[in-house]
Design a protein around this ligand. Structure first.
Ligand code: SF4
Ligand code: SF4
Length: 419
């Protein structure tokens, strides 16, 4: 039994079946079904672990329809890590039932190879801009989504012509040398979908006299782990550990909540690996989410908005539920002169994006998104700010679909515009 598998089993048997997770679980609130909540999911997983029930295709929906949002931990007295149990259960599922070939190809051949990945994304970008549904054609490599792949075209309103890495060398103040050397971890979502956020991150730090080196990292590995391909996630993690070690950076900054959380978790992912365990632990301690870095190092910084506005904030699950980083982004927004901060009801509820959940489980995702949009309307904010590119895709789609006249932006864009 692998350490992860053992850990998942030990978590599953800690569930006391109290059901207090029910009101916090977005999928349970939508369906009212026991197999849609942590208690039911954990019980099913435990039965499989203990060979009480056979693992069949019926097991797929309960474990893959979990958002891995971690919200069930809030009311859970023993703090059962349902998300870890679900990832281990997915690993078990694909080992027994097989993994789609294209999915395996993406996680093991494309994501570790930025040149190949960039070529595919260029094609997708051209396809989207050409308006010939070329995006869907270009993204046939994601064929395991079946007909759901059409959801991808709808979710993305635009695709940049130039990715972040193509623009990185043109940014100002390249060669500043400061005491603290920062490595900037470029998440896939930032590089391919939101390069302006990457530009804002580097500019914000460099304008405040920090030396920032853009790391030649690959995907953090979270998408592979989320689909149960732990081997691919570990391989990507090892590549990133080598890159971070060789960079000589003191700390590594990420402005993607999912990357920040998964990079910090390398110590668990590779914890039982003799060759990598210690290295993973060291790298995990070097990771700082941008919100934490800015509140620690720029607490006295004065920001000023160009125009007065009301801003609200959505907590990305990996930042809020996993890393408990909730105060810092709010403090930063409040630090901006000219901005009124308005709390979003149920701000810590998942938006339904959850990586590619909005493609694979579109119907459930849209129901969860609708609830988020109803809450957003109540704030009467002009701008919805968050700190994860996946959430930006989903929330931007939400304001278009449900006609909510609110701009969606990443927190670093707002701060960079307010220097
Ligand atoms: S709240 Fe925790 S212990 Fe209670 S049923 Fe849910 S997962 Fe189990
Ligand atoms: S991780 Fe989220 S979706 Fe999954 S059981 Fe917990 S609260 Fe529900």
């Amino acid at each position: 039994m692998s350490t992860q598998w053992q850990h998942a089993y030990e978590e599953a048997i800690r569930c006391i079946r109290c059901g207090y997770c029910q009101p916090t679980c977005p999928t349970y609130v939508m369906t009212g079904m026991e197999h849609s909540v942590a208690r039911g999911r954990n019980f099913l997983a435990r039965c499989v672990f203990e060979n009480e029930i056979e693992l069949t295709k019926d097991f797929k929906n309960p474990i893959f329809e979990c958002l891995l949002c971690g919200a069930c931990n809030q009311n859970c007295a023993p703090v059962v890590k349902t998300q870890d149990i679900m990832m281990a259960a997915r690993e078990n599922y694909i080992q027994k039932m097989g993994q789609p070939h294209l999915q395996r190809f993406v996680f093991r051949e494309l994501l570790p190879n930025p040149k190949r990945m960039t070529r595919l994304m260029k094609l997708a970008s051209f396809g989207k801009r050409s308006g010939l549904s070329g995006l869907v054609q270009a993204l046939r490599v994601f064929g395991w989504f079946g007909k759901n792949i059409a959801n991808m075209e709808e979710l993305l309103s635009s695709f940049p012509k130039r990715f972040f890495r193509e623009r990185a060398n043109e940014l100002e103040n390249q060669s500043q040398k400061t005491k603290l050397k920062i490595g900037y971890f470029v998440g896939c979502g930032i590089n391919y979908a939101f390069p302006d956020v990457g530009v804002a991150t580097v500019n914000l730090l460099r304008k405040n006299n920090y030396q920032v080196d853009v790391l030649e990292n690959v995907c953090c590995g979270l998408p592979a782990a989320g689909y149960g391909d732990a081997a691919a996630a570990k391989m990507l993690a090892q590549k990133n550990i080598e890159t971070i070690e060789q960079s000589g950076c003191d700390i590594v900054i990420s402005e993607c909540g999912s990357c920040s959380s998964f990079l910090t978790d390398y110590k668990h992912l590779l914890g039982d690996d003799e060759a990598w365990g210690k290295r993973a632990e060291k790298v995990s301690t070097q990771i700082k989410d941008i919100n934490v870095f800015l509140t620690e190092f720029m607490a006295d910084k004065k920001f000023k908005s160009a125009e007065p506005m009301t801003v609200t904030y959505h907590d990305p699950c990996h930042l809020g539920h996993y890393m408990k980083i909730t105060k810092q982004p709010r403090e930063l927004i409040r630090q901006i002169d000219g901005i009124e901060f308005q709390e979003l009801p149920e701000a810590n509820w998942c938006c339904g994006g959850a990586g590619t959940y909005n493609i694979a489980h579109n119907e459930m995702s849209m129901k969860i998104l609708q609830r988020k949009m109803e809450n957003l309307k109540q704030t009467e904010a002009n701008m919805l700010v968050t700190s994860c590119p996946g959430c930006i895709v989903q929330l931007s789609y939400g304001v278009r679909k449900f006609n909510v006249p609110v701009k969606v932006r990443h927190i670093v864009e707002l701060l960079n515009d307010s220097i």
